[in-house]
Design a protein around this ligand. Structure first.
Ligand code: CA
Length: 224
């Protein structure tokens, strides 16, 4: 899942980006309203974290602008403004959640995962197909009830395929959702990742298959 983090405090932004990457997000970081708008114009995000006090304006106006434009992007406001009336303002401006600094990183990650579970974004906490199960809050994968260890990126790819099981996930969508702009993507990076994930799933006896549609994308379905 791809996330845009709008935060101008360098140290906090670094902490956020690191923690969110470890939690399986592809993270792009913007440090102003203008750069956030640039990112939003060229990429599709699953969720965003928005600071309010930004060097070139207020995150709240950015949010109002987005909603006026018809954007349904789930947004969590992360701010030091802790007055109840500020929360009301934020939620009324179109925020989906509001967290006050200082905050507990696992709570932020849990709230973002909860936003991703909402209709439109996804279904429940666990995604299943055949004997395969992925718990989207703990990031644990199981085959026949037995834990399977996958890398962060393999888990993210599996999550994406499970969310769209039975339909083709195009290469473009996969690149968009799994990699931030910071990652220099080699021409065969996706193939390598799919190959590793497919072999890993075979090794542990998963009853699902990742099918390659050459030049188009990938499809996850139950093996028969
Ligand atoms: Ca700030």
């Amino acid at each position: 899942m791809r996330i845009l983090v709008v935060e101008d405090e360098r140290e906090l932004a670094g902490l956020l980006n690191g923690a969110l990457e470890r939690a399986g997000f592809a993270v792009d970081g913007a440090t102003s309203c203008a750069s956030a708008l640039d990112y939003l114009r060229v990429a599709t995000y699953d969720v965003a974290v928005l600071d309010l006090g930004l060097p070139d304006g207020d995150g709240m106006s950015l949010l109002r602008h987005l909603r006026k434009d018809g954007s349904a992007l789930p947004v969590l406001i992360l701010t030091a403004r802790d007055a109840p009336e500020d929360r009301v303002l934020g939620l009324n401006a179109g925020a989906d959640d509001y967290l006050v600094k200082p905050f507990h990183m696992p709570e932020l990650v849990a709230r973002l995962r909860a936003l991703l579970r909402r209709p439109n974004a996804a279904l429940g906490v666990t995604l299943t197909l055949g004997n395969l199960l992925l718990d989207t809050s703990t990031r644990q994968v199981q085959v026949d009830g037995v834990d399977v260890s996958l890398s962060v990126r393999e888990t993210s790819m599996l999550e994406l395929l499970l969310r769209q099981q039975g339909t083709v996930v195009t290469r473009a969508v996969m690149e968009q959702r799994l990699y931030s702009f910071d990652v220099q993507l080699g021409s065969n990076a996706l193939e390598v990742l799919v190959h590793r994930l497919r072999r890993r799933l075979q090794d542990v006896g998963a009853t699902v298959g990742i099918h390659t549609l050459r030049g188009v994308g990938y499809l996850l379905s139950e093996a028969r």
